[in-house]
Design a protein around this ligand. Structure first.
Ligand code: UT7
Length: 332
């Protein structure tokens, strides 16, 4: 008789955010905006900005190091590194390979996955699949972003929303019969909406040229209102579908960790699920939207704040450029 597959568990978490704080008031010196506008429309008060010497790989390596320590493991124990980022250090080699050498990990496969703000849930599913082949022991998954490097600091509709940082987790196979671990994933994408949120320049379609720079094509572009409506719809669906699929009532959730993009989007999810906002873990006010880093930073802060107790049922839910979206159900 074949036994049930061993569940994938989160063995450790870690995060890193840069020291430099940029407040809404600081931003009002750069563009025509105000703390009042930003806070009431988004829930953001401040964000972190990486130093010139900090990149997706340096921040990701620091978050990864903390996750490995938290898991009680050593660099040698890691045999898979998957990085989710839309601001890699460079087009190639992958940021994961750069993280690998920074952490002195000699025996691992390392690669990046690009799924924008849904990146962390995508890399969790990819890494879980690899672990379940039985060929790997421990996977380090890292969401890391230096969004300040692609923001147009003359565009008040986007530059006030984003920040820099990294979050990581070590995933491993739990013991047979183990009750905690990842219960399910529900990921999705819709490339027909690629044009609502993108960085048009810098790839092979529009390589860097004097014209691409003059046309500001290397910056993030977003049609905010459209993204807002899509986000409300797809995050709600991703959450409802995974709960239904697993026979979990919203009220049974002990904690929801959403992608931290906009408080009004999170409030709409809270009312759709009929779960009080107090059950959501939020740090949007401190960091803004850090894309693929947002869920793992929040997860690490929730762990370290003692918000997640053994046996808790936890929902992670994200959306982002692509469009991409996803939800993950966990038993802590
Ligand atoms: O991970 C996915 C990332 N993206 C998102 O999550 C973004 C989703 N979208 C949003 O969060 C919201 O659409 C925004 C926060 C971006 C904008 O909020 P909104 O309530 O949709 O505002 P709006 O775009 O409808 O703009 C309202 C007004 C406009 O002025 P007029 O045309 O009414 O005179 C904007 O020009 O607010 C103006 N505005 C600003 N004013 C002060 C836009 N940005 C700013 C600003 N400061 N930073």
């Amino acid at each position: 008789m074949s036994s049930a597959p061993r569940p994938v568990i989160i063995k450790g978490t870690g995060s890193y955010t840069p020291q430099k704080v940029l407040t809404n008031n600081d931003l009002s010196d750069i563009v025509d905006t105000s703390d009042e506008w930003i806070f009431t429309r988004t829930g953001i008060r401040e964000r972190r900005i990486a130093g010139d010497d900090e990149t997706a790989s340096t921040m990701g390596a620091e978050a990864g190091k903390r996750a490995i320590e938290n898991a009680g493991l050593n660099a040698d124990d890691i045999d898979v590194i998957v990085v989710g980022t839309m601001t890699p250090d460079m087009p190639f080699p992958s940021t994961a390979c750069l993280v690998q050498t920074k952490l002195g990990i000699s025996n691992a496969i390392s690669f990046d996955v690009e799924a924008a703000c849904s990146g962390f849930l995508y890399i969790m599913e990819v890494a879980s699949g690899l672990l379940q082949t039985g060929r790997y022991r421990n996977a380090l998954v890292i969401g890391t972003e230096k969004l300040s490097s692609i923001l147009d600091w003359q565009d008040r509709t986007t530059c006030v929303l984003f920040g820099d940082g990294a979050g990581a987790a070590v995933l491993s196979l739990g013991e047979e019969g183990c009750k905690s671990g990842i219960l399910d994933f529900k990921l999705g994408s819709d490339g027909s909406k690629a044009d609502v949120l993108l960085q048009p320049g810098g790839g092979c379609a529009i390589p860097a040229s004097l014209a691409s720079i003059e046309n500001r094509q290397h910056f993030l572009k977003m049609r905010g209102r459209e993204v807002f409506k899509l986000a409300v719809k797809v995050m709600g669906q991703a959450a409802v579908e995974i709960l239904e699929q697993n026979g979990v009532e919203p009220d049974q959730l002990n904690c929801v960790i959403p992608h931290q993009a906009n408080m009004r989007i999170i409030e709409s999810l809270s009312s759709r699920l009929h779960i009080p906002i107090e059950r959501f873990f939020l740090n949007l006010d401190k960091y803004g939207n850090t894309s693929a880093a947002s869920i793992p930073i929040a997860l690490d802060e929730a762990v370290r704040a003692g918000r997640l107790k053994s046996g808790d049922t936890i929902l992670l839910v994200a959306f982002g450029a692509g469009l991409t979206w996803g939800s993950t159900l966990l038993r802590w």
